[in-house]
Ligand binder design. Structure first.
Ligand SMILES: C[S@@+](CC[C@H](N)C(=O)[O-])C[C@H]1O[C@@H](n2cnc3c(N)ncnc32)[C@H](O)[C@@H]1O
Length: 238
């Protein structure tokens, strides 16, 4: 998680928490269980905000720096440095009303087998009824349109360039972080597994999840094939 350790200090300025994300999660909250597990929580922005909204969030992330920052902001909240594939060992005694995996975190798993493992563990840890919310890039659109550059992110101090290169059914996610004042560049590369929409939906159904709802964004705009982002909500029924 070297890449995320490096960008942890700037993460929230590059990806500020959108209020509509909180509304979306609250709208999908089951009535009987207010515990939420955020997989790949980053600096814990979502958990910090949800804790003030009557939810009991727990955040996990593999980046030690991200978790350090999340804890520093609110030491009373529950954050763990943990691989998302290890949730069953770690939380076996708990049941969550909601599990979230946002910001393309699921694409950091190596292959379909790991995604199947994750979904089955998430299913076990969800209460009935419970909801899983996933946000990933719309890889169908990205690959079919050969999109190799995501929108440039610019702050006062930094520019953050993000490129995708398709390579043997994997994506090389190459980033360049440039400090405007010092003209310093930090380059990095992370391998992503570009799971396709149909493939993910089939795996969710095979795991036992029901009633897939799909959106383009957290404003609940319907999913469009041209959207860069893909958000889905599935349920574990009673
Ligand atoms: C793009 S960030 C998304 C952060 C946050 N969920 C958001 O929506 O802004 C991906 C996060 O997933 C974490 N991550 C990647 N692979 C992971 C794994 N196997 N287990 C736990 N965290 C992981 C990274 O450290 C990083 O913080």
């Amino acid at each position: 998680m070297k890449f995320y350790n490096i960008i942890a200090d700037y993460y929230e300025s590059f990806f500020p928490l959108e209020p509509q994300k909180i509304r979306f999660i609250k709208a999908n909250q089951p009535v009987n269980n207010n515990k939420l597990l955020d997989l790949g929580c980053g600096t814990g922005q979502l958990c910090h905000e949800l804790a003030g909204e009557d939810l009991k969030p727990t955040g996990i992330d593999l980046s030690g720096k991200m978790i350090e920052m999340a804890r520093a902001k609110n030491p009373k909240l529950d954050f763990h440095k943990l691989d998302i594939l290890q949730i069953l060992n770690h939380f076996s005694c708990q049941q969550f009303g909601q599990i979230t995996c946002l910001g393309n975190t699921i694409a950091h798993l190596k292959n379909q087998t790991e995604i199947v493992e994750l979904l089955s563990r998430v299913y076990t840890l969800l209460d009935k009824p419970g909801s899983l919310i996933i946000q990933i890039m719309n890889f169908d659109y990205i690959i079919s349109n050969q999109i190799d550059e995501l929108p440039l992110i610019e702050t006062k101090e930094w520019t953050f360039k993000r490129n995708y290169f398709l390579d043997n059914n994997q994506i090389r996610f190459v980033t360049t972080l440039t400090n405007r004042n010092k003209q310093e560049d930090y380059e990095n590369e992370v391998i992503l597994f570009p799971i396709m929409k149909n493939q993910l939906e089939t795996l969710l159904e095979q795991t036992g999840f029901k009633s897939i709802k799909e959106y383009s964004d957290f404003y609940e705009n319907p999913f469009s094939q041209k959207s860069l982002s893909y958000i889905l909500v599935v349920n574990k029924d009673n």
